[in-house]
Design a protein around this ligand. Structure first.
Ligand SMILES: Nc1ncnc2c1ncn2[C@@H]1O[C@H](COP(=O)(O)OP(=O)(O)OP(=O)(O)O)[C@@H](O)[C@H]1O
Length: 291
């Protein structure tokens, strides 16, 4: 289990990126959902021992992350938001190199291990291709392969599906959910559907704070009969914003729609929308959104 207590981090420019963060995360897929700038990457980098917090503690299965970073790194797999690749090196060569660094010394063992990894992420037939010639999705799957070396018990993936086409995204999701059966997997994202599809538990993160946490389905159900939708004219958006608590405005089949929060049925042509994590998310970060 990963246990985070009273974590605070203020950057030298005065930005408070982590504000008394407390979280307990068990085996399985955990979604950390928050808007850009919420502090998700700061939290991920801190757990991954790449930076330290000003105050607080992180414990993973008895490892004190700030005092035993080397121990944590032995069980950590980390796919950062942006990672560079050597463009003229093949996936096979690169994984072989990383496996060597991670302590798999026999070249035969390494060869078998790397082949297995490449199969797992569905890249075996592209193993000789240079990383610079990989598509975005292939690069992400390569990123996961490198993160998996050494059978990590804690896997952190930071906004992994931005820029992937639906097929690649689907493949990537399948891979992540398999990993969640054996390890603690933290998925940091601003894509609500990724959390709906993959995660058994989640937290909404905003302004450096955990706003709410729980099971995605239960959280979205908590707003049942409180979210209402209506098709409107584009010119009416401001009117609705002044009259209602607007959660989102969005186009569907070319028509403008508005979703609002209301404790009682507002009448006025609105219809109820239930089980919608996206609206729960917008409600919990308390910002009107245009999607
Ligand atoms: N090295 C830094 N120095 C100063 N401010 C920083 C630094 N890194 C991040 N920040 C600021 O801290 C806040 C949190 O940033 P962070 O990257 O952790 O958020 P995020 O939720 O991952 O956002 P995104 O989804 O855009 O990556 C932002 O206001 C950001 O500008």
């Amino acid at each position: 289990m990963l246990s985070i207590q009273n974590l605070n981090k203020t950057y030298p420019n005065g930005t408070q990126a982590l504000n008394n963060v407390n979280l307990e995360i068990h085996k399985g897929m955990f979604g950390l959902l928050g808007p850009n700038g919420a502090g998700k990457s700061t939290l991920m980098r801190t757990i991954a021992t790449l930076q330290i917090a000003d105050t607080g503690t992180i414990d993973f299965d008895g490892i004190d992350v700030f005092n035993q970073p080397e121990e944590l790194r032995k069980v950590l797999g980390y796919l950062p938001q942006d990672f560079g690749v050597y463009p003229k090196v093949s996936a096979e060569m690169m994984l072989n190199h990383i496996a060597k660094i991670k302590g798999i010394h026999s070249s035969n063992d390494r060869k078998a291990y790397v082949a297995d990894l490449l199969n797992q992420v569905n890249l075996y037939k592209f193993r000789k291709r240079n990383l610079g010639d990989y598509s975005g999705g292939m690069r992400q799957r390569f990123g996961i392969a490198q993160a998996l070396i050494g059978n990590p018990k804690l896997i952190i993936v930071d906004e992994p599906t931005a820029g992937l086409d639906p097929l690649e995204r689907n493949r990537f999701h399948n891979l992540l959910s398999e990993l969640g059966e054996e390890a603690v997997v933290i998925l940091s994202t601003h894509i609500v559907d990724d959390v709906v599809n993959l995660c058994t538990n989640m937290a909404v993160f905003n302004d450096g704070q955990i706003v709410v946490q729980g099971h995605p389905q239960e959280l979205s159900n908590s707003l049942n009969d409180k979210i209402y939708r209506k098709r409107i004219e584009k010119s009416e958006i401001e009117k609705y914003q002044s009259e209602y608590t607007v959660l989102s405005t969005y186009l569907r089949s070319g028509n403008m729609n508005v979703n609002i929060f209301s404790d009682v049925h507002p009448g006025d042509g609105f219809e109820v929308v239930n089980n919608n994590l996206e609206d729960f998310y917008f409600y919990s970060i308390n910002q009107p959104q245009t999607v």
